[in-house]
Design a protein around this ligand. Structure first.
Ligand code: 9D3
Length: 275
């Protein structure tokens, strides 16, 4: 995969891209990363890339000409058009599914703004407009780094041989289960007995339940996208009355009336499990 980043701050990318897993992926030739300085495409001797907004108002707006010319130069150099992502707070919120889609592209181009906004005509260059969440950053560079990191780790060979347990469909969409390593007791805190038991089936069942419980407690909205078995549902309904709607709260209400659990989020729609 080839990833090009159009930015006014190419230096911001040097640190993150020369460390750890991304660096290894580049060294292995699995991905090629290139930054292009938008300022090199400014038209005047002051190298201006932004201007005041028509109609007035605060802030500066990224001019169209440098961005269009830079994109044309990047495309011309490669002959083939890259799948183009515009980083913007108005974009669709980036998530794992989008990372997986981007990981299928041969060539990606990220256009990063670093001003209050873009001239609206720049949007026509984008195949997709993406944000990384509802908080205000100073530019699109950190979002581009976040997205590139999420995409590159999905490329074949980047993480080494992925073991079936860590990314199979069984755990997909759930938060991770709790993990422990030695010592078995630390500052009075003991590792759960089941993990020391050697009963692999019981361990797998415990991990599944812990992942389900954590997800239901912390991110109940994620559960709607997870395939739950009858056993999963029975376990969760027993732990969190009303999770699957008001119906299931009836019989378990007596047992946990007034508990904090009963106040947790509700899942009204959920994928039917295949098992
Ligand atoms: C939403 C704030 N805007 C109101 C006038 C101004 C503005 C502030 C900061 C416009 C752009 C920016 C810079 N941010 C990005 O370019 C950006 C971003 C972000 O701030 N949060 C999450 N994802 C992204 S992707 C690009």
């Amino acid at each position: 995969m080839k990833v090009t980043i159009l930015t006014l701050f190419p230096e911001m990318f040097t640190g993150p891209f020369s460390c750890s897993i991304i660096k290894r992926a580049v060294d292995k030739g699995l991905v090629e990363l290139e930054t292009v300085n938008l300022r090199d495409f400014a038209k005047d001797r002051h190298r201006t890339v932004d201007d005041t907004p028509y109609g007035g108002g605060p802030g500066m707006v990224l001019k169209p000409e440098p961005v269009f010319d830079a994109v044309a130069a990047i495309t011309g150099k490669k002959g083939q058009k890259s799948y183009t992502v515009l980083t913007t707070p108005q974009g669709e919120v980036f998530r794992q599914q989008i990372a997986a889609e981007l990981a299928c592209k041969e060539e990606l181009l990220f256009i990063c703004g670093h001003y209050e906004g873009y001239d609206e005509r720049i949007r026509t260059l984008a195949d997709r407009e993406l944000s990384i969440g509802d908080y205000v950053l100073t530019g699109g560079e950190l979002p581009a780094m976040v997205m590139i990191d999420a995409v590159v780790r999905l490329l074949p060979g980047v993480l080494g041989a992925p073991d079936a347990a860590s990314n199979d469909s069984f755990s997909a969409g759930l938060l991770d289960y709790p993990q422990y390593t030695k010592p078995a007791v630390y500052k009075g805190m003991a590792v759960p007995d089941v993990l020391l038991s050697g009963h692999h089936q019981q361990i797998a069942a415990w991990r599944r339940r812990e992942a389900l419980l954590r997800t239901a407690e912390r991110r109940p909205e994620l559960l709607a996208q997870v395939a739950l078995s009858r056993e999963d549902r029975a376990f969760l309904a027993g732990k969190i009355p009303g999770l699957f709607g008001p119906e299931d709260a009836q019989e378990s209400r007596k047992s946990s009336e007034g508990s904090a659990e009963s106040e947790k989020g509700r899942i009204f729609e959920s994928k039917e499990g295949s098992e």
